[in-house]
Design a binder for this molecule. Structure first.
Ligand SMILES: Cc1cc2nc3c(=O)[nH]c(=O)nc-3n(C[C@H](O)[C@H](O)[C@H](O)COP(=O)(O)OP(=O)(O)OC[C@H]3O[C@@H](n4cnc5c(N)ncnc54)[C@H](O)[C@@H]3O)c2cc1C
Length: 252
C-alpha cells in the first residue's frame, strides 16, 4: 500500500486547500512545503467573487474570513484620474458575493493550520527534489541534509508557476509572452480608500490598491504594473517602488 493517498508538492494556497478538503473527506494526505515560514511577499491578495463562491464550496471560506479575510464593498476603476463608477460586485456578478482580500502569507499559514486540523500531515522546510511517475508515483524529500522516499496514490503538483512536478511528470506547458510586470507593496497610512478597491489605468501604467486590513494584517496593498521591466532590489528598490506608487496614486 502506498505511504499516502495524496502527497502535495507545495503548501501554498493551492496545496493547503487541496489537503484540507481531501483530509476532511478521509484521505491520508501529506503536504510538503519548502518554506519553514512564508515570506512577506505580495502575490494574490484579492479573491474575485467567483473565487469566494468556490472557497465556500470547498470549505475554506470560514478559515479565511475568520482568520484574515476582509470584504471590500466596491470596485472603482479610474481612467486617467476619472472614476468610471463605483461598482458593487455583489450586486453585479453571478456569485452575488463581495470579493475578499487578505494578506497572502497569513492566508497561507491559516490554510496550512486548517489542513493540519483536518489531520493532514504537514511538513515544513522540506523540499521535494524528485518525482518518479508510475504506479505508485514516488517522491524524494530533502530536509536537514537527509533524504526520504515516499509513495502516494496521487501526487499533486501545487508547486507554483515554475512547477518542477509539471516537468517531472512530462506535461507540456505553453506561456503567453510577458506583457506587463507587476510589483506590490504593503503600505500603512496612505490616502488609499479602506473600504473599496481601486484600479487605476494611467498612460501605459496600472496601479491597484486594496485594503487587506483585518485581524493580524495591516494596511492597504498597492500594486504597480508597467510594460517596461524595472528591477526593484533592496532598500533603494523599495524606495523607488514606493515613490512610483505614490506618483501613480496622486495621478489617480
Ligand atoms: C504580484 C502578484 C499578484 C497577484 N495577485 C493576485 C490576486 O490579486 N488575485 C489572485 O487571485 N491571484 C493573484 N496572483 C496569482 C496568485 O498568487 C497565484 O495564483 C497563487 O498564489 C497560486 O497558488 P499556489 O498555491 O498554486 O502556488 P504558490 O503560491 O506559488 O505556492 C507554491 C508553493 O510550493 C512551494 N514549493 C515549490 N516548489 C517546491 C518543492 N520542490 N518542494 C516543496 N515545496 C515547494 C513554494 O514554496 C510555495 O509555497 C498574483 C500573483 C502575483 C505574482
Amino acid at each position: 500500500m502506498p505511504d499516502f493517498d495524496i502527497i502535495s508538492v507545495g503548501g501554498g494556497l493551492g496545496g493547503a486547500s487541496v489537503a484540507k478538503a481531501m483530509a476532511e473527506r478521509g484521505a491520508r494526505v501529506l503536504v510538503t512545503e519548502r518554506e519553514a515560514k512564508f515570506k512577506d511577499r505580495v502575490r494574490g491578495e484579492w479573491l474575485a467573487p467567483w473565487g469566494v463562491a468556490e472557497a465556500r464550496e470547498l470549505g475554506i471560506y470560514e478559515t479565511l474570513i475568520s482568520d484574515c479575510g476582509y470584504h471590500p464593498t466596491g470596485w472603482d476603476t479610474r481612467l486617467a484620474g476619472n472614476s468610471i463608477g463605483l461598482r458593487d460586485l455583489a450586486a453585479t456578478t453571478k456569485p452575488a458575493v463581495h470579493p475578499m482580500t487578505f494578506f497572502h502569507p497569513r492566508a497561507q499559514e491559516a490554510l496550512l493550520e486548517a489542513a493540519e486540523t483536518a489531520r493532514a500531515e504537514v511538513r515544513r522546510g522540506v523540499r521535494v527534489s524528485a518525482l518518479q511517475p508510475g504506479g505508485p508515483p514516488r517522491v524524494t524529500l530533502e530536509a536537514n541534509g537527509r533524504s526520504e522516499s515516499l509513495t502516494a496514490r496521487l501526487v499533486v503538483g501545487a508547486d507554483g508557476r515554475g512547477s518542477m512536478v509539471r516537468k517531472w511528470g512530462g506535461f507540456d506547458s505553453k506561456d503567453d509572452p510577458d506583457q506587463q510586470w507587476l510589483a506590490g507593496i504593503l503600505i500603512e497610512n496612505t490616502a488609499a480608500p479602506m473600504d473599496y478597491s481601486v484600479g487605476c489605468v494611467q498612460s501605459l501604467r496600472f496601479a491597484y490598491s486594496a485594503n487587506v486590513s483585518s485581524g493580524r494584517s495591516p494596511g492597504p496593498l498597492l500594486l504597480r504594473g508597467a510594460q517596461q521591466r524595472t528591477r526593484h532590489d533592496g532598500r533603494e528598490g523599495r524606495d523607488a517602488l514606493h515613490r512610483g506608487v505614490d506618483q501613480d496614486w496622486d495621478e489617480c
